[in-house]
Ligand binder design. Structure first.
Ligand SMILES: C[S@@+](CC[C@H](N)C(=O)[O-])C[C@H]1O[C@@H](n2cnc3c(N)ncnc32)[C@H](O)[C@@H]1O
Length: 271
């Protein structure tokens, strides 16, 4: 058993037991079917760079942390390895977590720290109240009609004074027309972006302070106009390699109301 699985071994065994068993729901089926081809590395375009940068800046070395919707451990593995954290990777897709397991076996051979996989929904996380120093959820909340429930769950498992990093879709962005169609075709009920004021209200309700809010994606919505992404250099222009923030990030900061995403860092108040 690689290091890092420790007390989460039980959840890990569930993955094995359920193989070939239950009929999955639309979201499990979809993510299981993409598991083998899902990106394993953190990309270099600004939005991907930002996701790692927020983790690096807000998570202290050696902390106990949870990646919610962590898929194949794309971020969880680096947080475990580079920040020496004790990481739990929660995801509803057994297929994704099997990929994490396979990659962790490799790391385990070299005695590296690896994340513990937990099969669960973000809306009912099987971790104790206040058991984590920090938790994050990237590229996942947008697909949940009840994302407020998931966000409350994430806040519940983080201890007072701890950090929560969320990636929240912003309502006023044309890119959602494309993604709405994309996910509906695959059996999802749709996508569920929130407005900036809904995010602020949620933070108050959860007794959290917003300590950082980075908008991105105001220009990237143009890529969803038919033919633009394939036949123009737009992507290269707005996401120039090595520019952090890139032009898209700088424009999003000037007009956040039309951004595509908000990367929100919350601090849970200490009582
Ligand atoms: C688009 S991927 C994002 C993966 C990773 N966080 C990233 O930023 O690359 C979404 C992941 O969230 C998981 N997921 C979707 N809905 C979920 C839910 N309600 N609870 C837990 N995981 C969920 C999927 O199985 C998938 O692995």
């Amino acid at each position: 058993m690689p290091t890092g699985f420790g007390r989460y071994t039980w959840y890990y065994e569930i993955i094995e037991e359920k193989r070939g068993g239950n009929v999955s729901s639309y979201d499990q089926k979809h993510f299981d079917s993409c598991a083998e081809s899902y990106e394993t590395e953190i990309g270099e375009e600004y939005p991907q760079w930002l996701k790692w940068n927020l983790l690096e800046r807000h998570i202290r070395k050696g902390a106990r942390v949870a990646d919610i919707g962590g898929a194949n451990g794309r971020h969880a593995r680096d947080v475990a390895g580079k920040l020496a954290c004790d990481v739990v990777c929660v995801d509803l897709s057994e297929g994704m977590l099997r990929q994490l397991k396979a990659r962790s076996m490799e790391t385990g051979k070299t005695n590296g720290q690896v994340p513990a996989p937990v099969v669960a929904r973000a809306q009912a996380i099987p971790l104790a109240d206040g058991s984590m120093d920090a938790a994050w959820c990237y590229a996942t909340l947008l697909l949940m009609p009840d994302q407020e429930v998931a966000i409350s769950e994430i806040a519940r498992i983080v201890k007072p004074g701890g950090t929560i990093i969320l990636d929240i879709g912003n309502r006023w962005n044309l890119g959602w027309i494309y993604w709405q169609r994309f996910y509906k075709k695959r059996g999802f009920p749709g996508i569920f972006p929130l407005s900036g004021s809904a995010i602020r209200d949620l933070a108050v309700k959860l007794d959290c302070e917003i300590i950082e809010n980075v908008p991105t994606g105001i220009l990237s919505q143009l890529m969803y106009i038919p033919f633009v992404d394939k036949h123009t250099p737009l992507r290269r222009l707005i996401h120039k390699q090595g520019q952090y923030p890139d032009i898209d990030g700088r424009c999003s900061a000037m007009l956040p109301v039309f951004a595509n995403r908000f990367y929100v860092v919350l601090k849970k108040r200490s009582g």
